[in-house]
Design a protein around this ligand. Structure first.
Ligand SMILES: [Zn+2]
Length: 501
């Protein structure tokens, strides 16, 4: 038996003007065959789980195609064309396989009508090629905007169950085991999705606390019912202007699609009944800094509007400007600013220079910080992470990095590449001890939690401006469904008509 593996991973923030182009994917690696195996083997990612699980079941794993890059703007049409051409060339070259394990992120979106639901597009094209009989099993990030087309293309869909995402490898192993049982003829997975017109605020998406926790527990209990092979909660990705934007549920049963639909609807009913709890809390910057200063440090301030893992610029200075203005306690922020990094490097360690820091990528994330700084240290920006962290990655590259400090006790790490803050290596690889700071700014919402919670006394989510600002009601959508909560109130009638498609 041979099972093909494809991963195509991008979270496309369609509110960013700059498109994502092929060079971003090339820089982060487009892999096939052996190179793809080497990229994933032994890691914490779901594809690492596919490889290990298939091997344990005595099935040949065939890594066919991988492309992925850091979340950013909608993927340019020519880039979609090029990636699709490469993917399907590799599929053709692989020849006959017995099934497919596929890992779309679930929030891939490209330019043009065909590619808006890019995951739905490539999964249905792959299904058309392999025919209706062979199993296709899909893993997803719960920040997927699940479309009916994605559900129709696959026999089973398995999303990570934790946010921050710490169970990616486990879900990959689960998918591989389901594939093995399917190929053995032990089970016949069938699935159904429910697509309630409800958006969940990013601030409410932590799975270890209410309001998500009781919903996750309901899903966990359902797994014990006879004939249920798997179920998933898709929290959705609000920063994507697509028809399928929002939450969704999918249930996989053993050869019983009608029951899968009933169970998926049951999860959707729970969300409908509790929808008001998922709207979110908005803490303004001065209030958040007051709260952080009032307690024992370090306190982590999560910069929701400049969430790099959601596609934001990584150079928003809104919280840093407040900290700089107060100058009352040692604070740290990491900023994507290749130009300032280079100026600090040219000046050299120990030198004082005036810099205009951040605020350079777009108009969404507020003004730059003008400050005189001392260059503290210079680094190559590469580090490794041995613990399981959000995203399942083990090696990181921030590009050449300079640490500078102001006279107001603000330490700023200037990086040449955008960095999703999922590892403390971001600080420790630059000789910075997290416990030396009262306030640590992390440009994320939930992704930083696993790394920062153990060293911080509190994490506070801050309502800041940016391409990932917390209140989705402030974004201008063209394609989302209406009525949709929390943009509009939804009546029970609207809800019933729209959940199963
Ligand atoms: Zn995610």
């Amino acid at each position: 038996m041979r099972v093909g593996i494809i991963s195509f991973l991008h979270e496309s923030n369609t509110f960013i003007d700059a498109p994502t182009t092929l060079d971003a994917f090339q820089r982060d690696g487009i892999f096939t065959g052996r190179a793809m195996y080497d990229h994933y083997s032994g890691g914490h990612h779901e594809v690492s789980g596919f490889l290990e699980g298939l091997m344990a079941a005595g099935i040949d794993a065939l890594p066919i195609f991988h492309a992925g890059t850091t979340p950013s703007g909608r993927i340019a049409k020519a880039t979609c064309d090029a990636l699709m051409a490469q993917m399907f060339e590799q599929v053709a070259a692989a020849g006959e396989v017995d099934g497919y394990l596929v890992a779309p992120h679930g929030a891939n979106s490209g330019a043009g009508d065909d590619y808006r639901d890019l995951d739905g597009y490539w999964l249905s094209r792959l299904r058309a090629r392999v025919g209706p009989q062979k199993p296709m099993i899909c893993t997803l990030d719960p920040h997927a905007n699940l479309s009916p087309r994605m559900v129709a293309a696959c026999d089973a869909t398995i999303a990570y169950r934790s946010n921050p995402h710490l169970d990616q490898k486990q879900r990959g192993l689960e998918a591989a085991s389901l594939m093995a049982r399917t190929l053995n003829g032990e089970v016949k997975p069938t699935q159904a999705g429910a697509f309630p017109p409800i958006g969940i605020n990013i601030e409410r998406q932590l799975t270890s606390a209410p309001p998500c926790l009781p919903m996750c527990e309901l899903a966990d209990e359902m797994l014990r019912e006879p004939g249920v092979l798997s179920n998933s909660i898709l929290l959705g990705f609000p920063y994507s202007d697509v028809e399928e934007m929002g939450s969704a549920f999918v249930v996989v049963t053993d050869d019983d699609p009608a029951r899968a639909q009933v169970l998926a609807n049951r999860l959707a009913d729970y969300l409908y009944a509790h929808r008001a709890e998922f709207v979110g809390e908005y803490i303004a910057i001065p209030d958040a800094v007051d709260r952080a200063m009032a307690r024992k440090g370090p306190v982590c301030l999560l910069d929701m509007g400049d969430n790099v893992g959601g596609g934001s610029a990584g150079d928003g200075m809104a919280i840093a400007r407040e900290l700089h203005g107060r100058g009352t306690a040692p604070s740290f922020v990491c900023v994507f600013d290749p130009e300032s990094q280079q100026r600090a490097r040219d000046a050299g360690v120990g030198c004082r220079i005036a810099l205009r820091i951040g605020g350079k990528t777009d108009e969404l994330h507020g003004a730059a910080l003008d400050a005189e700084v001392r260059v503290r240290s210079l680094h190559d920006g590469k580090f490794r992470e041995s613990e399981v962290r959000h995203g399942g990655r083990t090696s990181f590259d921030m590009g050449p990095t300079a640490v500078v400090e102001t006279d107001t006790q603000l330490a700023i790490s200037l990086t040449s590449r955008r960095v999703v803050p999922v590892s403390l290596g971001l600080m420790t690889s630059c000789g910075l001890n997290p416990s030396a700071f009262q306030v640590i700014v992390a440009k994320g919402v939930h992704a930083p939690v696993a790394a920062y919670q153990p060293v911080c006394t509190a994490l506070i989510r801050v309502d800041t401006p940016g391409a990932t600002a917390a209140d989705m009601r402030n974004f201008d959508y063209q394609f989302r469904r209406t009525p949709m909560y929390p943009f509009e109130e939804i009546e029970e009638r609207d809800f019933e008509n729209s959940i199963d498609q």
